[in-house]
Design a protein around this ligand. Structure first.
Ligand code: HPA
Ligand code: ZN
Length: 326
């Protein structure tokens, strides 16, 4: 079998997808029209032309502007449903969706509106596509821990619709330690814990995510390569890294895909996975990430099997159901 065919057809889990980052420009304009929201861009082409990022923050500014069209339960449902169509095409059979409620509640959208719409899309993804899906609520790390605690309070009535908690937005200057108390609270509630660390930030942020926040998975984590002791720890504990190659390329974390360190992470024995992060902004969904990264780095079928197996092993599917996949 040709490698691209294997990459496209093999069943896989996606563990690092910000659902607001799956909003395609066409849907942004359709929702803006439906909701009477004014946009700073004349049309789809003008918006797409603005997708020329230099770093994480330059992307986040446009990503939060795009999310401003989301107001109603149906908007969140339509956004996630469009993602599941793409995921099904790429043979994603399980997905854990990040969402950023503070971006929405700050605009007066109720937590219930956000979670109800996303959850309904997850339930329908199983019925329509046979995809199992769950939700991970992310705190915005550029905001305060007090804000995160308020957000958690607002989400408590919907606790049963969440599998876990994450931490995203601008990393540099917002170390994991800032969220120690709120993550401890989430652990007590039985929520699974993940955090973005080592995307742009130093290895120290990955250590802190593990030791202070006590997360089970690291989102991105590619900067771990700078710290041999950390690499050893991640390998020994089989801590999953949810790596996002096209994201790293578009946000200038690596100069080109051939320079990406995913292959080195895998060959060193780390439990890395491939994910799309914000596919509408970074030029590709799951299979684009797989095919382009394999072409650029010369990885082979053995790497493909490892990545697929890792994606299920690192998922928050319950252990009995996991046996189906691994
Ligand atoms: N990093 C941090 N925050 C984010 C990202 C990311 O890649 N995507 C959406 N929010
Ligand atoms: Zn991310």
């Amino acid at each position: 079998q040709r490698l691209p065919e294997l990459l496209k057809t093999m069943p896989k889990a996606e563990l690092h997808i910000h659902i607001e980052g799956s909003l395609e420009p066409e849907l942004i304009f359709a929702l803006a029209k439906r909701n009477g929201v004014a946009l700073a861009y004349a049309d789809v082409e003008a918006l797409r032309r603005a997708y020329a990022f230099t770093d994480l923050q330059s992307f986040l500014d446009i990503y939060y502007a795009g999310a401003s069209v989301l107001l109603k339960e149906e908007d969140f449902y339509d956004m996630a449903s469009a993602y599941f169509v793409k995921a099904a095409e790429d043979n994603v059979v399980h997905a854990e969706l990040f969402f950023d409620p503070q971006t929405h509640t700050a605009r007066g959208v109720a937590m219930q509106t956000v979670i109800d719409g996303l959850h309904r899309a997850c339930v329908d993804a199983q019925k329509i596509h046979g995809i199992s899906a769950s939700l991970i609520l992310c705190f915005l790390r550029h905001l305060s821990e007090e804000d995160a605690l308020v957000c958690l309070e607002q989400a408590l009535p919907f606790r049963d619709k969440l599998v876990g908690i994450g931490l995203d937005s601008g990393e540099l200057g917002n170390p994991p330690e800032k969220f120690e108390r709120v993550f401890a609270r989430c652990a007590q509630l039985g929520l699974r814990l993940v955090a973005h660390a080592g995307e742009e930030g130093p290895p120290a942020y990955i250590w802190a995510a593990l030791d202070v926040l006590k997360v089970e998975r690291i989102d991105h984590g590619v900067q771990a390569i700078k710290d041999p002791a950390l690499m050893q720890r991640l390998a020994e504990q089989r801590t999953a890294l949810t790596v996002c190659p096209l994201s790293n390329l578009k946000l200038c974390v690596f100069p080109d895909l051939a320079s990406h360190n995913l292959r080195e992470l895998l060959d060193t024995g780390l439990m890395a996975t491939i994910n799309s992060d914000d596919p509408a902004y970074f030029g590709g969904y799951m299979n684009d990430n797989f095919v382009q990264t394999f072409a650029a780095t010369g990885m082979h079928a053995g790497h493909a099997y490892s990545l697929a197996r890792n994606s299920f092993e690192a998922s928050f599917i319950d252990d009995a159901a996991k046996l189906k996949f691994v």
